[in-house]
Design a binder for this molecule. Structure first.
Ligand code: PBG
Length: 322
């Protein structure tokens, strides 16, 4: 035999020398759940190890993650029912705890980047990402709300705006609104190909944000489609997105690869709540080794072509590789 591929696997040093892909802590964005109040911390039942926390504790968590090398955090608010309405007005009202938290993070830990979520669902009494009229999610009037939300977040100091709503035309609408208000340096990481997925269940528990009626299939993508992801990517690019995202990650590795091939923009992937819950549940039962399964899944997302990974495993992974 002239060719023996096993020679490149014969010891740890050689294996590392020929290793094609790595997940670095600097590739990771850590999603965090925020609640209103003081010294409040509640574990999300379907996401062991992940908490909804008030601003004070969240700041401590960000400090501790920052020491591990995690520098970008994506914030999601769990909003009390009394602040929700049809038009998600609370999402851009200046006394809102989400915006105040962004200000605080940027003032107290200025070297970290804050990514936001732009969508109506955490603030909507209908639990949808857009305005509901006669059972329909209406696109164009929703853009107005999204733009107000994005501008308010940029004003609070957000570094990266993350539209997760899947309305048509929202990237251009938000980009123009940001530029008009003087926020031309605020980045947009677009949820380009966000699928109508079953893997968001634990997240909706964390935020109490499940739709009150119907589903999200008229705006989130059909899991069967990949050409449509190319169309969405082209539009986002033309409309001024800085980064593209595929969501969820593991069931859509082919979509990640496709976007990486067709676009020159950095591709991100969202390793969502259900993907986290699956590994945690299997590890709790002793059916999988948690840490190594986590590392293998993150690596697969990287290998598929994502430069950036949003993952609830961020802190655990950073601790593991330290
Ligand atoms: C909603 C939003 C969702 C997630 C992020 N933003 C859920 C949804 O579309 O219902 C899911 C993230 C996760 O499951 O981890 N705008």
């Amino acid at each position: 035999m002239l060719i023996r591929p096993r020679r490149n696997r014969k010891n740890k040093v050689i294996r590392k020398l020929v290793e094609e892909n790595q997940v670095s802590v600097s590739d990771l964005i850590f999603p965090l759940f925020l609640i209103n109040g003081d010294r409040k911390k509640e574990e999300v039942p379907s996401m062991p190890g992940i908490f909804r926390q008030s601003t004070d504790l969240l700041l401590e968590e960000i400090e501790s993650c920052s020491r591990l090398g995690i520098k970008t955090f994506c914030l999601f608010p769990a909003v009390e029912e009394k602040y929700k309405d049809k038009y998600a007005i609370y999402s851009y009202s200046h006394d809102n705890f989400y915006l105040k938290t962004i200000e605080k993070i940027k003032a107290e830990i200025p070297d970290v980047n804050v990514m936001t979520d732009v969508a109506m669902d955490p603030y909507s009494s209908d639990g949808h990402d857009g305005i509901v009229e006669n059972g329909e999610i209406i696109n164009d009037p929703t853009l107005e709300v999204l733009a107000k939300m994005a501008v308010a977040q940029a004003r609070a100091g957000a570094d990266i705006i993350g539209p997760s709503d899947m309305m048509d035309g929202r990237i251009r609408y938000i980009r123009e609104a940001l530029d008009k208000e003087g926020f031309s340096n605020t980045s947009i990481l677009s949820y380009t190909a966000k699928y109508a997925s079953s893997f968001y269940g634990p997240f909706r528990d964390a935020l109490d944000s499940a739709p009150k009626s119907g589903d999200k299939k008229t705006y989130q993508m059909n899991p069967a489609n990949v050409k449509e992801a190319i169309l969405e990517a082209k539009l986002d690019q033309e409309e001024g997105a800085d980064m593209l995202m595929v969501k969820p990650a593991l069931p859509y590795l082919d979509v990640i690869r496709t976007l990486k091939e067709i676009s020159n923009l950095p591709v991100a992937a969202y390793n969502v709540s259900g993907e986290y819950a699956m590994i945690k549940a299997a590890a709790e039962k002793g059916w999988l080794d948690g840490p190594s399964s986590m590392a293998e899944c993150l690596l697969s997302i990287k290998r598929a072509g994502a430069k950036i990974i949003l993952t609830y495993f961020a802190k655990e992974y950073a601790e593991l590789i330290q």
